[in-house]
Design a protein around this ligand. Structure first.
Ligand code: PLA
Length: 442
């Protein structure tokens, strides 16, 4: 038998436990009451609109029609409309796995071998600016993250300077500069009447911008129009930017993907650098190496002296550190392996030409279908003249809505279609949809 003292002890402990449990229950009930009766502290958060490009992919996934076609985001598909991993990327990954590389943090500025390779790919390995150590390169989170670093740098070191952005442009450009607190304005770029470059408007706007402004230029394959300046026009643009003491900020998201040639697609940037002009350049490997999800790219500042380059690099690192600390290594290693190995580099070029070639083939077929089906005599040749992944159809918002609602063809509301998501088998259907939307919807 337990002693009276031991019994008292047990009952005291029991009582405590019971009261404890009671209190916990009461606490929980009160908590539940407060969350159900109180208004959430997040009540003032409104629903954000779907992203004009990536939101299209979300809507596409929800559509159950068999006819559906996603021409929204600029992501390459095979002729079977499947995503593609380049063979040379798989090869680099096998090599990386075999060499058993570790997962230590990269330096803030990224993988040294990548930074070297990416600047050389952009400017040419024997470029004077590289040899003279005048290029500050920081690995970024693909094109977007690199643009964002550049924007943050502008906000900090060129406060109040306006960035001029083409009208139209890739929708995210405005968000990037807005979020970085950088004022921006548009310069004229596209002429809907000629479906070509409004060169005079562009030049007038560059001329009229205050001296020392920043001009955001698409290095090649302008998104969304697919309309690029000719080499002669680039020369005049460079002359004027130099005369006005502006600075060019190039967005190079499609190097190699426009013409199939890496060098040719970098010629706009190289032209400025060879003239000794200081430039910022954001690069992306999403499209040309198909590394969309690896988020690999770079921001380069080509400046007048090695000393300035070292200071700019140090400040870009200072911006990156509190944003994301240091960049991911996988994509950087893939690029460094492919670009740094002559054989793999050639394999990459061949695969890139194949991708660019497939897009050209569907572009031609789409044009053929449009021209043979449309008996009105409308000139569809702009489809052939545009370069890169996209075709800017000229369809307005209501017509683009018709493409989606009636035909299950997903595209951005500015009338852009990604030809990288099209195959030969679907060209006729797409032409029918475009002609219906163009003539039957206002
Ligand atoms: N710059 C331009 C001109 C682009 O078109 C894109 C991607 C980027 C930068 C950034 O790409 P990255 O961050 O993946 O390197 N434009 C896509 C995708 C392909 C997107 O909107 O994010 C497009 O469909 O327009």
């Amino acid at each position: 038998m337990a002693s009276p003292a031991a019994c008292r002890n047990v009952s005291a402990r029991l009582l405590k436990a019971l009261v404890g449990r009671q209190e916990a229950r009461l606490g929980n009930a009160l908590k539940a009451m407060s969350t159900t009766t109180n208004v959430s502290r997040f009540e003032q958060v409104t629903m954000a609109p779907a992203d004009p490009i990536l939101g299209v992919s979300e809507a596409f996934k929800r559509d159950e029609s068999e006819k559906k076609l996603n021409l929204g985001v600029g992501a390459y598909r095979t002729e079977d409309l499947q995503p593609m991993v380049l063979e040379v990327v798989k090869k680099a990954e096998r090599k990386m796995l075999e060499s058993g590389e570790n997962k230590e943090y990269l330096p803030i500025e990224g993988l040294a071998a990548f930074n070297k390779a990416t600047a050389e790919l952009l400017l040419g390995a024997d470029n004077a600016a590289i040899k003279e150590n005048r290029v500050a390169t920081i690995q970024g989170l693909s094109g977007t993250g690199s643009l964002r670093l550049g924007a943050a740098f502008i906000q900090r070191y060129f406060p109040g300077t306006t960035v001029y952005i083409s009208n139209p442009t890739w929708g995210n450009h405005m968000n990037i500069f807005n979020d970085a607190g950088v004022p921006w304005k548009h310069y004229r770029y596209f002429d809907p009447k000629t479906v070509g470059l409004d060169f005079e408007g562009m030049m007038a706007d560059i001329e009229n911008a205050p001296d020392g402004s920043i001009m955001l230029l698409h290095g090649c394959a302008h998104n969304p129009t697919g309309v690029d300046p000719t080499p002669e026009q680039w020369e005049k643009i460079a002359d004027l930017i130099e005369k006005k003491n502006h600075m060019a900020f190039f967005d190079v998201a499609y190097q190699g993907f426009a013409s199939g040639s890496l060098d040719q697609d970098a010629s706009s940037v190289r032209r400025f650098v060879e003239r000794g002009m200081e430039v910022l350049v954001a690069q992306s490997y999403s499209k040309n190496l198909g590394l969309y999800a690896e988020r690999i790219g770079a921001i380069n500042a080509v400046v007048s002296s090695a000393d300035a380059a070292a200071r700019v690099r140090s400040q870009l690192k200072r911006i990156a550190r509190p944003m994301y600390s240091n960049p991911p290594c996988h994509g950087a290693r893939i690029v460094a392996n492919v670009v740094g190995d002559a054989k793999m580099f050639d394999e990459w070029r061949a695969e890139m030409q194949e991708m660019a070639g497939r897009i050209k083939t569907v572009r031609q077929r789409l044009f053929d279908e449009l021209s043979s089906k449309d008996k009105s005599g409308k000139d569809w040749s702009f489809v052939l003249k545009q370069i890169g992944m996209f075709s800017f159809t000229g369809l307005n918002k209501a017509q683009s809505d018709n493409m989606t609602n009636k035909w299950h063809i997903y595209m951005t509301k500015d009338g852009r279609i990604s030809l990288a998501g099209l195959n030969l088998a679907k060209c006729e259907y797409l032409a029918d949809a475009i002609i219906d939307s163009y003539y039957n919807v206002q």
